[in-house]
Write a protein of this length. Structure first.
Length: 105
């Protein structure tokens, strides 16, 4: 089955913030290469959506996918759609930020 990959507004904002941070710390070119590689990893879920680690302990239906030791991609599958919920960098607390009691489904 082939899935359609969509991005939640929060995930887009996190990706933009990560780009801005890396551009300031390194260079815009480095930031573009890194964030573009994250997008490529997210887009690869259109063919292999079930490969992420199920994290029902945090939120029903949540899956996470690591990227280069420092990034965690959080997503959910509904029908033929994969929604990228968040893109976490470094030691951010994925469980606290995506817990089921935050009012979202």
């Amino acid at each position: 089955m082939r899935y359609v990959v969509r991005y939640a507004p929060e995930a887009r904002a996190q990706l933009d913030a990560l780009y801005a941070y890396i551009a300031r710390q390194a260079s815009p070119d480095t930031a573009w290469r890194f964030t573009d590689a994250i997008v490529d990893r997210c887009e690869s879920l259109c063919d292999y959506a079930l490969r992420g680690t199920p994290r029902d302990d945090i939120r029903p239906g949540l899956r996470t996918l690591p990227f280069r030791r420092r990034v965690t991609i959080a997503y959910a599958i509904a029908g033929s759609q994969v929604t990228i919920l968040a893109i976490f960098y470094g030691g951010q607390n994925v469980a606290a930020m995506l817990s089921a009691d935050d009012g979202e489904s």
